[in-house]
Design a protein around this ligand. Sequence first.
Ligand code: AFP
Length: 336
Amino acid sequence: MSYKRVTLSHFLLDEQRRHAGSGSFTALLNDIRTACKMISHEVNRGAMAGNLGLAGAENVQGEEQKKLDVLANEIFLHMNALGGNYAGMASEELEDVRSVHGEAGRYLLLFDPLDGSSNIDVNISVGSIFSILRLPEGMSASTKEAFLQPGVEQVAAGYALYGSSTMLVLTTGNGVNGFTYDQNIGIFVLTHPNMRVPEDTREYSINASRSRFWDPPVRRYIEECQAGKTGPRGKDFNMRWVASMVAEVHRILCRGGIFLYPVDDDNRSKGGKLRLMYEANPMALIIEQAGGRATTGRQRILEVKPEGLHQRVGVILGSKTEVERLEGFYREYDSQ
Ligand code: AFP
């Protein structure tokens, strides 16, 4: 019955009780949850609130900012500075880290406030991604060095998906759980407990317009999928590309699949396209916690030692057997 639902607050309290010493997740997630509700509201109002279109500036990545990129960034920064849990924050939209007044908190928050923002104006799903790290002993949150920790150090990660419904998907290191936003009551309700990535799949996601730039292992993997029943895989595959990583990862959590944004000839000099700290690490933790796999092709994403806040990386993640197959192709290629 509808009143017997588990809310996000109940769930986090229970997590804290069951995993003593795992951190005060209720407090850490409180302001993130509020920020996501506010962003969801703004995304939903779209053109009615004058939220579509360009802001007229570029972000630190040299990308044109949308009005909603700017708004979502301001909401994240403002809401999470108030609670006193975070000593500092880093955003995909900001050049430098932002220390929180007093640096009293023991945690660091990294986020991409609105991922997939090229989809905003055409009413296709977008999302927010976040990653939480501990502030290392003796370090100041006003220096980027405090943030440059490999993904294995994340204490929690998650995303909000602003799709046909708004969802918050979360890991605190004990599996992955999904919560759907009930707009009438203003709460997130546990609707997708213990999400697991199916091991096998017949679905892949890659921006195929970039095929001329692909490295041989990626080309080989995709060509095998495309050959379908008549090829070495002996089964037909389907393809999806939303250009919104949150939507892509969510689909993989729900029904399996493999997502690829690899290093290729066109993006190699930048290290790839997706950002390690704001996109690859949080999504890799979620996928691994759900039984999937996440790699650059040659290295587990969570073990990449970051050298820069806005570092980019190749990303291949999803169903375990498919990711392992492609990793095998990279090994074969490298040993030739
Ligand atoms: P934007 O947030 O700039 O739209 O980028 C989205 C993204 O980082 C990721 O969510 C998509 O998977 C990927 O870029 C799409 O990239 P392409 O436009 O090259 O397909």
